[in-house]
Design a protein. Structure first.
Length: 186
């Protein structure tokens, strides 16, 4: 794969595109606040799935609900790895836990791990680089902070997929960024 520099990556816009008022409190705190907020929402979404529906698979090429929820947990583990200098690409994700209860427990554990890693990580680590995709079939150096924002955005994307699984299985879709049919704000 071709190599690109950290300055030429489209990921560099993730951290820089955040609101100026939030940047004023520091990149690390801004990310920690966003992660805490988004992780709490993601947990509400994954725990809304009826456990008996964890093997639901809307199409033969897609993951089961259990596997998709596990991906959300593993993404948090990847964040912790990047913060603690244990990043590797491609990642060595374990298989999805066998039960849905284990998936939720893994989500909670990886959330705790990434929050602890973020607390213990010096701000300077966020500006170091790791190897990651910078374009199709191209690897390059990406700032850890940009990678964290990318992984959080990816998690939000997969949470959106999961909300469709919820609807299809008869689960109640919680409020995510606004009211839902199952959780109106009025």
């Amino acid at each position: 794969m071709e190599q690109t520099s950290a300055t030429s990556t489209p990921l560099s816009s993730f951290a820089d595109a955040q609101p100026t008022t939030a940047r004023a409190s520091g990149s690390k705190q801004q990310f920690a606040d966003a992660l805490k907020r988004e992780s709490a929402t993601t947990r509400r979404v994954i725990t809304a799935l009826p456990e008996a529906k964890s093997e639901f698979k809307p199409h033969e090429t897609l993951r089961t609900a259990r596997e998709l929820a596990a991906l959300l947990a593993f993404g948090q583990g990847a964040m912790a790895a990047a913060l603690t200098n244990n990043w590797q690409w491609p990642p060595a994700f374990p298989p999805a836990p066998a039960s849905y209860a284990e998936v939720v427990a893994t989500f909670d554990a990886t959330n705790q791990a990434v929050m602890q890693a973020l607390e213990n990580t010096p701000e300077s680590r966020l500006h170091e680089t790791v190897q990651f995709f910078t374009a199709p079939k191209q690897m390059g150096q990406v700032r850890v902070l940009d990678l964290l924002w990318f992984l959080l955005s990816d998690s939000i994307h997969h949470r959106g997929q999961f909300s469709i699984y919820l609807r299809m299985t008869g689960g109640k879709v919680p409020s995510i960024y606004g009211p839902s049919a199952d959780e109106p704000w009025s």
